[in-house]
Design a protein around this ligand. Sequence first.
Ligand SMILES: [Zn+2]
Length: 216
Amino acid sequence: MDFSRFTREGGLKPRRAVLDDCFALDVRAWEREGKLIPRTAFRVEWPERSAFLGVSVDAEGVVLLFKRLGDGYEALPIAEERLRVVRMPTPFGGAHTRFICPDCERRVWKLFAHEVTFRCQRCLGLRRLSGIVSKRERKAMRLEKIDAKLRIFPGLPVAFVTRKPPRMSLRIFRKLRDEKAALEAEGVTRRIGHGLAASPNILEVNERIKRMKGAN
Ligand SMILES: [Zn+2]
């Protein structure tokens, strides 16, 4: 149970819409499955949301014949929406199959329906749920990245970072060290299970940290 989605009063917080909430069409998968044969039709289903779509294929692309998209879309009238499909030859004799987004005309292999019509991810302006991380998590990720750049043991406190990695300018080295110090002062720590694995002499470093803390 994800309690973060509930308000203190027990109501459900309105979460900002994400790409994962949308109905998605994948033209690459249709091509792979041999569905894009002109003058034929097929059905796309989202059984978990009791929604489906009829797709007819012609020479220029596909026509979405009818929609019965669940989750509030039940009342939609039967509509026709035309989507252009293009095949771009690849240097090795194959072809890339792409939709043309009806709004921006970019070539994309996936279109998403957030409200009624299908558009590309950029036109919808929606991100994937996995792309939305907390501020704290983003800081932890930054700390991990700095540790990797400084080529130190994961989680080694900044006080022990004295050696500049080869080929790094002194200015960058100081900047990274200052940034690491600021993050550590804020209480940011690495995420568990992320970053480089500890090398055998991490124990030695832990001992040094303990001794240093004991000396203070
Ligand atoms: Zn678009």
